[in-house]
Design a protein around this ligand. Sequence first.
Ligand code: NAP
Length: 292
Amino acid sequence: MEIHRLCIIGIGLIGGSVALAARAQGVCREVVAADRDAAALARAEALGVVDRGYLEVAEAAEGADAVVIAVPVGKMAAVFAALKPVWSPAAFYTDVGSTKASVVQAAEQVLGEVPANFVPAHPIAGRELSGVEAALPDLFAGKRVILTPLPHTDVRVLERVRAFWLELGAEVHDMSVSHHDHVLAATSHLPHVISYCLTHLLGRRDEKDEIFQYAAGGFKDFSRIAGSDPVMWADICLANRDEILPLLRRFEAELSAFDALLADGDRQAIHDYFAEARAARQRFLDRYSGET
Ligand code: NAP
C-alpha cells in the first residue's frame, strides 16, 4: 500500500503510534497531524512522529488520502464537523475509538449518514499512558484490530483499511458495531470500572497511606488499569453505558453471591468458587494469549 499523505487527528498515544508504525513500515510518504494542543504538535514534530502539525483539522486533512481519527470518543462529533467541508471521496477514513456505536452515531448526526469511505475501527492495543511521548512504533504488532463496517461501507475502502492495519502488524477481525460494544463492555469497560472503584475505595480510607505503603503485587496488578486516562474513560463509560450498566448489576449479584459464601463460612464452597475462576482464567490465557 502506498499512501501519499497520512493525516492523524489527535496525536496522542494511539495516533502517535499509528504515525510511527506507518513510518516504520514505509506505508506512507508523509504524515501530518491535527491536534488542539499546540504543545503536543510541537512534541510530535520534535520527536519525528509527524512531518507537520496543524491546529485546524480541515487544514491537516485537506489533500490527505488516508485519515485516522484518534481523539477521545466524546470528541468524535467535533472532528466530523471539522472534516465535513473537506471530506474527500478519494480518501479513506478510519478511527480508533474504544466504543463504536457512539462514533457511528456521531458521524450520522454530523454528516447525515455514515460515509461509505469511513470504516470504524478499534485497535485492541494500548497502555495506561497518554500523549505522543508514550507512542510506540510496534504498539499494534501482533495485536487485534476490530473493524466494524456498516452494510453500505464501500468494500474497496474496507479492504484498503484492512490492508493498512495489516501493514502496521495487526491481526484484523470484522464485527458488527453492536457486537463490538457488547463484547468490549465485558472484556475491557467493566474491568476498568471495577479497578477504578476498588482503587477509589482504598484511596478514600483514613489509613490510606498505610494501605498503599503495604500494598503488595496483587494491588499493583489490580489497580494498573485505574492509571488510565480519566478523560478517555469517562467518555467510554458514557458512550457505552447501555452495555456497561447491566454488567454492573451482574457484578453486584456476583459480589453478593460471594458475600453469602463467606458469611456461611463454607470453606469448600469458597475453594470451589476460586478454583472455577482460576480454571476459567487459565482456559482464556491458553486459548488467546499463550501466557501463563
Ligand atoms: P491521548 O493520548 O489523550 O490523545 C488524544 C489526543 O487528541 C490529545 O492530544 C488531545 O488533545 C487530542 N484531541 C482531543 N480533542 C481533540 C479535537 N477536538 N481535535 C483535535 N485533537 C483533539 O488519547 P489516546 O489514548 O491516544 O486515545 C485516543 C483514542 O484511542 C480514544 O478514542 C480511545 O478511546 C482510543 N483507544 C485508546 C487506547 C489506549 O490504550 N489508550 C486503546 C485503544 C483505543 P488534549 O490533550 O488537549 O485533549
